[in-house]
Write a new protein. Structure first.
Ligand code: GLY
Length: 345
């Protein structure tokens, strides 16, 4: 179904008045089936572990017929709107000036489209704004004030995203700063809740159509204007409807340099199973890590995680350090699975 911008605005105004988030209609037309046997896969949703509630929601919506990207976005909306998840959306930890700045990107496999926003302020659901960029503009990415103006014009509700809990954490961090602190070398002392948490979700339906989305408040206490990997198509998430999708959480700076999500999908294209593809991408991350971030034995002093699903519904996840888990939902229900790892913690 394709909606005009005017129809969308009228509808989202009515929904906002009724207290609902604007729901973005899919503006794409499903491609006509190709002659021959239709592809039969296994519906599956895979995400970072904080998506354990969301994967069930996404899976249920998808098997009920909802588009995989819309379903995945509904899944991540749960974390975006949860004030207790301090790594994303409402309640996300702020930048060094106490301002919550959000990043997100998404891709829609069947129509080969992408959308992204970065440094978005005052809107709790950047994933939906990223999809609006994809559906209603000729662009892929909007940032900062322009992204905010666009979101407001599309009917998204503005709100204060800094919860008391996150404000207090920020105050505690700020109170421990001293004149000798540098951006490059953080002492352990000021790393209070130095999170790079995020949520990535990838969904594939029985027809093998895929959607992927990643959304985050980024690195806590970041320099204002800092953008991580989440809004970078090919780094924070990537989707190719002929192969599969992948996404990441963890230190965005490390992932951007390897175009990690794209790399995972390319390894799967070459035949690697999802878990193996994630591990191979992590090896590349280690190889690309600058010396100041390497500890004893050449091991990175940060963590990074990849999650992946194939067109047929096979899935996997891997982290740099052992002990990580990821969320999955398929015909066996929602659960956490152990991630493979490169190094023992
Ligand atoms: N992976 C999230 C970030 O670094 O912003």
């Amino acid at each position: 179904m394709s909606w005009s911008r005017r129809e969308f605005l009228e509808r989202s105004a009515a929904l906002s008045a009724a207290g609902f988030l604007p729901r973005l209609p899919g503006a794409w037309e499903a491609p006509a089936p190709v002659a021959g046997t239709p592809f039969r896969g296994r519906p599956c949703v895979v995400s970072s572990s904080n998506g354990i509630r969301g994967v069930q929601v996404a899976y249920d919506r998808m098997v009920a017929g909802e588009d995989p990207l819309d379903a995945a976005i509904a899944g991540v909306n749960i974390q975006e709107l949860d004030p207790d998840d301090q790594s994303v959306g409402l309640g996300g930890l702020p930048n060094e000036e106490g301002v919550v700045q959000l990043d997100a990107s998404c891709m829609h496999g069947p129509t080969r489209r992408a959308g992204a926003v970065a440094c978005l302020e005052g809107i709790a659901t950047p994933s939906l704004v990223a999809k609006a960029v994809m559906d209603y503009t000729d662009h892929v990415m909007l940032v900062g004030e322009g992204a905010g103006r666009f979101a407001r014009a599309m009917g998204f509700k503005e709100q204060n995203l800094l919860t008391d809990k996150s404000r207090q954490d920020w105050m505690r961090w700020k109170s421990r700063l001293n004149p000798n602190d540098a951006w490059l070398d953080h002492s352990e002392d000021i790393r209070i809740k130095f999170t790079t948490g995020t949520i990535n979700m990838n969904a594939v339906n029985a027809a093998g159509d895929i959607g992927s989305v990643t959304t985050t408040s980024g690195m806590a206490w970041k320099v204002p204007g800092r953008i991580g990997d989440s809004p970078i198509v090919g780094a924070g998430q990537y989707c190719d409807n002929t192969v599969g999708a992948a996404g990441s959480t963890g230190r965005g700076e490390a992932n951007i340099k390897t175009c990690g999500a794209f790399l995972v999908v390319e390894f799967m294209r070459q035949g690697a199973p999802p878990q193996q593809a994630c591990l191979k991408a992590l090896e590349r991350v280690v190889a690309m890590t600058e010396a100041r971030l390497l500890g004893p034995g050449g091991r990175p002093r940060f963590d990074l995680e990849f999650y992946a699903v194939t067109k047929a519904g096979d899935f996997g996840g891997a982290t740099l350090y052992s002990g990580g888990r990821f969320a999955v939902c398929d015909e066996r229900g929602a659960r956490l699975e152990a991630a493979a790892s490169l190094f023992r913690r």
